[in-house]
Design a protein around this ligand. Structure first.
Ligand SMILES: C[C@@](CO)(OP(=O)(O)O)[C@H](O)COP(=O)(O)OP(=O)(O)OC[C@H]1O[C@@H](n2ccc(N)nc2=O)[C@H](O)[C@@H]1O
Ligand SMILES: Nc1ncnc2c1ncn2[C@@H]1O[C@H](COP(=O)(O)OP(=O)(O)O)[C@@H](O)[C@H]1O
Length: 285
């Protein structure tokens, strides 16, 4: 193996710093206005070139059928789109909780698109990779672009923004949230009036909220308990449709101190908000 036939890249988590639901498309998908920001925590992927066209995924996830793994699906899409005869062995080091609103699967897919584009020397542009990514999930394009963003549509219309970069305590309350169940709930707020990006940014973190929160609280009391507990200590919110919740703090010390107080039954980590994704840093130092 030569130096260029192997590559290791990060797949960071995201938070939705705010999320409004402003309507619904004819196909049932909800129209959002959201602020995406990255965290300095995430999964890692190793890529090694193969000359037989096969995609060999070293890490299987117990909850996900191999053919459904977003890493494999992203690799296959890239092969189909470009007709390349290259293959790869891919090892996924999974640390992010799945279905937690941290976008881990979408981030794995975005890192796979960038990683294989480089390994296979395909020369696709970032917008071309983002378009392929959108076919895999609404959250994939923001990870492909790698900049904190104001997302509209179903989250795919992106405008780069610069947000404050606090420290966060991210808590997984130990319950799985079903994204379709949240979006199907009759009482979900779906009519928040659209706002401009300027207004969203001017309001600042103290004004941000997540329209999914009331429904997720009702459907998942464990998430409500985590929000209440964390909210009594620091400003706290739900990310995406959950299940993860996050508290915002001014310093790493404050975040670590709060994390130290958490009930033992919750998994948690401390992370910093980033406006440039660690994937971008690795691809273009
Ligand atoms: C709401 C967000 C915000 O970041 O949260 P998280 O999933 O990260 O929690 C995402 O846009 C989620 O995107 P993603 O996770 O790709 O959702 P998908 O698997 O495509 O959608 C699962 C189901 O949820 C519903 N859905 C999803 C997104 C959306 N904008 N409107 C919807 O109505 C649809 O019924 C869809 O079939
Ligand atoms: N590589 C992957 N990592 C995580 N989840 C994956 C992956 N491939 C497919 N999935 C599926 O995608 C779903 C959403 O995962 P994830 O992106 O981690 O959460 P969320 O959309 O809540 O932020 C998972 O519940 C799982 O079924």
């Amino acid at each position: 193996m030569t130096e260029t036939s192997r590559l290791t890249l990060p797949a960071p988590a995201k938070l939705n710093r705010m999320l409004h639901i402003i309507g619904r498309r004819d196909d049932g998908y909800h129209l959002l206005q959201t602020l995406f920001q990255f965290l300095d925590r995430g999964d890692t992927l190793d890529f090694a070139w193969r000359d037989d066209g096969q995609i060999v995924l070293d890490t299987e996830l117990p909850e996900v059928a191999s053919d459904d793994n977003l890493v494999r699906r992203a690799a296959r899409r890239l092969q189909q789109r470009t007709g390349t005869s290259c293959g790869a062995r891919i090892r996924l080091h999974k640390t992010l909780p799945m279905g937690g609103g941290l976008g881990g699967g979408s981030s794995d897919a975005a890192t796979t698109l960038h990683g294989l584009n480089r390994l296979w020397r395909l020369g696709l542009t970032t917008p071309e990779l983002a378009e392929i990514g959108l076919g895999l999930g609404a959250d994939v394009p923001v990870f492909v672009h790698g900049h904190a963003a104001w997302g509209e549509g179903i989250g795919e219309r992106l405008t780069h923004v610069k947000l404050d970069c606090p420290w966060f305590v991210v808590v997984h309350p130990g319950v799985g949230v079903s994204t379709p169940a949240v979006f199907k709930a009759p009482e979900l707020t779906r009519n928040t009036p659209p706002i401009t990006i300027t207004r969203a940014l001017q309001g600042g973190a103290a004004s941000w909220r997540n329209d999914c929160e009331a429904t997720v609280r009702r459907l998942y009391p464990d998430v409500a308990r985590a929000l209440d507990w964390l909210g009594s200590k620091a400003p706290s919110m739900l990310t995406g449709t959950g299940a993860c919740v996050f508290a915002r703090l001014d310093s790493r010390e404050a975040a670590e101190s709060l994390a130290g107080e958490l009930p033992a039954s919750w998994q948690a980590f401390v992370a910093r908000g980033l406006n440039r994704s660690p994937l971008q840093d690795a691809l273009d130092p």
